[in-house]
Write a protein of this length. Structure first.
Length: 316
């Protein structure tokens, strides 16, 4: 088989917020069952996969990243979820080349927004195209689920209900724009540590959490119609109090936002990024400006947005 000409495929994949997150008790495998409503938002990771003559997977971080890479400890080996995604793709397809992955980081790291999962989803799609694997959406979703609970949603995008450990996805009809403001933290929180803290708090209270089997129907109704006012009373995150227990400064961000025009505020996933629901784009920008006057970085985003998609495919 002749060696194909070198190619470079760029894919973008979105971060997410958990509009709702109910968490069940710890399972024997160490995970927790959840019932979550995911919303993909307009803060994107990018992965550019370029074929290389040498076998194997290498990775680097793009200088176009908007995060301060010098302050972050992002692994560039098999601990990196995008590397694992490329290696997994190589195992299931006849890979004709090696691949180099360049990742442009924009989603807060260890921030509860699924940035690493977005990288993995983007790498799967990029390598599928680079190597002409021809895998179906269902096959890619199956591979994504092997990499982590949030990876399938980064492929899917839009809005979805997630059951099981979050990987059993059912797309939710949501086409009307909702505006949000994200307030990243200057620190990260380990997802396993936040879940463990929730277990500790529940044990101390003698609370036996039920297995979550569904989500509040009103949330899906509000998402479908883009009803920010209706959604404001339905935001819930069982992990929020555990995140606040581990990072008490989150109380200040949540309280300040609620008193300065946000319809509602919630810790995103395991945190520590805080997501604020705004009336519209103008109100979101007003919140961003208010935070800026306090010396705090905030980002105006909207959702739902599409999942991982190819933005360029170039023969070199």
């Amino acid at each position: 088989m002749s060696t194909p000409r070198p190619r470079s495929v760029k894919v973008k994949a979105p971060g997410k917020v958990n509009v709702s997150l109910r968490v069940g008790p710890a399972r024997p495998d160490g995970y927790h069952s959840v019932a979550s409503v995911y919303l993909a938002v307009s803060l994107f990771e990018e992965v550019t996969a370029t074929s290389t003559p040498e076998p194997g997977v290498t990775v680097s971080l793009s200088p176009d990243s908007t995060l301060d890479l010098d302050e972050l400890d992002i692994p560039l080996d098999e601990r990196n979820l995008a590397v694992r995604a490329a290696r997994l793709m190589a195992e299931v397809t006849e890979r004709p080349t090696g691949v180099h992955l360049e990742i442009t980081k924009r989603v807060p790291v260890a921030g509860g927004m699924g940035g690493g999962s977005a990288d993995a989803a983007a790498a799967l799609l990029a390598c599928d195209a680079l190597w002409d694997s021809g895998l179906s959406k269902e096959e890619l979703a199956h591979l994504a689920a092997e990499l982590g609970a949030d990876v399938p949603f980064a492929l899917l995008g839009g809005a979805a209900v997630g059951l099981g450990v979050g990987d059993q996805l059912s797309p939710a009809l949501a086409t009307t724009r909702l505006d949000w403001v994200l307030v990243p933290a200057e620190y990260g929180l380990s997802t396993p540590r936040v879940f463990a803290e929730l277990d500790r708090l529940r044990a101390a209270e003698g609370f036996d959490a039920p297995e979550p089997t569904d989500v509040e129907p009103g949330i899906l109704t509000a998402l479908r119609s883009g009803d920010a006012g209706g959604l404001r009373h339905l935001l819930v995150n069982d992990l929020q109090r555990a995140a606040v227990e581990l990072a008490p400064q989150l109380r200040d961000t949540l309280g300040w936002a609620d008193s300065h025009g946000a319809l509602a505020s919630i810790v995103s996933g395991s945190g520590p990024t805080v997501a604020l629901l705004a009336v519209d784009a103008a109100a979101a920008q007003d919140l961003v400006d208010s935070f800026a006057r306090q010396g705090v970085e905030a980002l105006a985003v909207h959702g739902p947005v599409a999942g991982a998609r190819i933005v360029s495919d170039t023969v070199l």
